[in-house]
Design a protein around this ligand. Structure first.
Ligand SMILES: O=P(O)(O)OC[C@H]1O[C@H](O)[C@H](O)[C@@H](O)[C@@H]1O
Length: 575
């Protein structure tokens, strides 16, 4: 497929040529002087603005990217996803996270993108359970701890997709006035890492009597999560006895048997999701909805789902790709990686509340598109460009950290995200602007500094000493997009999530890879199991008298040395 897709994709070769012969010759400073282009290079959806005038692209580039999307069957691929066809071929699974946030009556959609009725029924049955359960716990009366005290604190155990998204949403809403009022008197903690330090931190200041533990794991076999779950079970049981588990622990999973074997009654304390929800796309399932509804109440979370759904609808229904925001984001992602050769990109939200957005999108994107073969196991369409390195940090913090490299070092395409209003405004008398306006001044300035830069001539005209001119030159021509929304409320958090989920899907569809499996995480797990077995063995047999048994021969010399040194620092002395 890979080579034939490339051969049959006229747009691919045209884009290569266009990038080399035309785009390499134009500078963003020049492109930004074209008012008509600037006016055309933006898309809006309600209060949300996506401005891509600072992409290194001309109207010709955009036409070719649209052609590329069509040649790669983007519309058909999106349709298959919404209809629930098993597009995750290696696992023979549908990819239906969009059903998690669709209203119950969403079957009125055109049939090309009609979500399966059974999925919608399943989703809404679980949502009703979550609404009921979270209401009971939050009431402080209807579901209490084993000693009758209200469960005011929640520890959500989970890792990867069962952690990153919920934590991003938790942080994003922590300072939203409505969500924070609803969370009054409640605490939500996340326990992800198997590092015992994380247990210590998650439990700091908590008391078993008032704590509810939510064990979140799609498979209910993930080593880290299960050890942490056993650790907290022990914490609860040793304080309150075995019977307390049914009041203090619930599970979110697809694996009923394992939940039951762990000691949680699936009838009473399990919230289901399904194999058609990928871990990193599961925030809108019970994975996020259980802990977040406990913290912020179901009504707030309903708005979050509505926000995500708005984008889903726009993504599925807007067939003019020039107006479809997630499609544009994906097309520029492909353009920057495959045609302009940038293998890194930055996510720069100008909101401290989005501090965990980049880590979540890192998983969404890098676990999805960091692949070595195409969807059929053949060579990749673009072996150099799939799997972009994503990183990010809220502005303005990042400006005082890694922006130096972005301005004068490597070219890192960036997404700037800003808001018209702050979640928590401050206006000081005597200051020229509000604190939020101060923040946003940077949101508007940085993309231009990256795009336009500063020339030698300008510097010399300003009287910069000649020996400093080279140091102070900014080459510019560094691409970015700007997303501007009203305010970071639950609805907008949902919209941001869906935009970035779909960006990844669009890129995967164009690159023709499977964005929905993750075989690359398996080998490390298998090796860790072997090491664990060896460790258990050694801990058993190592005594003072016997000394440390040396590592089994199955390890290479380096691993053998490191293992020996871990067990006995003296063994590495002299090396
Ligand atoms: O939800 P779980 O089954 O515990 O899986 C947790 C995580 O671990 C796996 O290794 C995958 O890399 C992730 O995609 C997944 O989200």
């Amino acid at each position: 497929m890979a080579s034939s897709a490339r051969a049959s994709s006229k747009a691919w070769s045209k884009l290569k040529k266009h990038a080399m012969e035309e785009i390499s010759e134009v500078h963003l400073a020049e492109l930004l002087r074209d008012e008509r282009r600037c006016a055309a290079f933006r898309a809006t959806l309600g209060d949300l603005v996506y401005d891509y005038a600072r992409q290194r692209a001309t109207p010709e580039t955009l036409s070719l990217l649209v052609q590329l999307a069509d040649e790669h069957g983007l519309a058909q691929k999106i349709e298959k996803m919404f209809r629930g066809e098993p597009i995750n071929l290696t696992e023979d699974r549908a990819v239906l996270h969009v059903a998690l946030r669709a209203p119950r009556d969403e079957t009125v959609w055109p049939k090309q993108v009609r979500l399966p009725e059974t999925a919608l029924a399943q989703v809404h049955a679980v949502l009703a359970d979550i609404e009921r359960f979270s209401g009971r716990v939050r009431s402080g009366r209807d579901w209490t701890g084993a000693t009758g005290k209200p469960l005011t604190d929640v520890v959500s155990i989970g890792i990867g997709g069962s952690y990153l998204g919920p934590e991003f949403v938790y942080e994003a809403l922590r300072t939203d006035p409505r969500a924070s009022a609803a969370a009054k008197g409640r605490r939500l903690r996340f326990l992800a890492n198997v590092d015992p330090i994380d247990v210590h931190r998650a439990l700091e200041g908590l008391c078993p009597e008032t704590t509810l533990v939510v064990v979140v794991s799609k498979t209910f076999t993930t080593a880290e999560t299960m050890l942490n779950a056993r650790t907290l079970k022990h914490w609860i049981v040793s304080a309150l006895g075995d019977a307390a588990v049914s009041k203090h622990m619930v599970a979110v999973s697809t694996n009923t048997e394992a939940v039951s074997a762990f000691g949680i009654d699936p009838q009473q304390g399990m919230f289901r999701f399904w194999d058609w929800v990928g871990g990193r796309f599961s925030v809108c399932s019970a994975v996020g909805l259980v802990p977040l509804s406990l913290q912020y109440g179901f009504d707030v979370m309903r708005e979050f789902l509505q926000g995500a759904h708005e984008i889903d609808k726009h993504f599925a229904m807007e067939r003019d790709w020039r107006k479809n925001i997630p499609v544009l984001m994906g097309l520029f992602g492909v353009w920057n990686a495959s045609f302009l050769g940038h293998d890194t990109r930055a996510l720069l939200p100008y909101s401290q509340a989005l501090l965990r957005f980049a880590p979540h999108i890192q998983q969404v994107d890098m676990e999805s598109n960091g692949k070595g073969v195409d969807i059929h196991g053949g060579p990749l369409l673009d072996p150099n460009a799939t799997g972009v390195v994503n990183f990010g940090e809220p502005g303005t913090n990042g400006q005082h950290s890694f922006y130096q490299l972005m301005h004068q070092g490597r070219v890192v395409p960036a997404d700037f995200i800003g808001f018209r209003r702050s979640q928590a405004p401050i206006e000081l008398e005597g200051e020229v602007v509000s604190n939020h306006d101060e923040l946003m001044s940077n949101f508007f300035a940085q993309p231009d500094a990256l795009a336009i830069g500063k020339t030698r001539e300008e510097l010399l005209a300003e009287g910069v000493p000649p020996e400093l001119v080279n140091h102070k030159t900014f080459p510019g021509n560094r691409p970015s997009s700007s997303l501007l929304c009203d305010c970071l409320d639950a609805r907008t958090v949902g919209r941001l999530l869906a935009l970035y989920e779909h960006r990844t899907a669009v890129e995967g569809f164009i690159w023709n890879l499977n964005s929905f499996d993750q075989w690359g995480v398996e080998l490390g797990k298998i090796l860790a199991k072997r090491v664990r077995n060896e460790m258990a063995q050694r801990r058993k047999t190592t005594t003072k008298e016997q000394g440390v048994r040396t590592s089994a021969a199955e390890w290479n010399a380096s691993t053998r040395f490191l293992l020996d040194s871990y067990f006995d620092p003296m063994s590495s002395a002299g090396h």
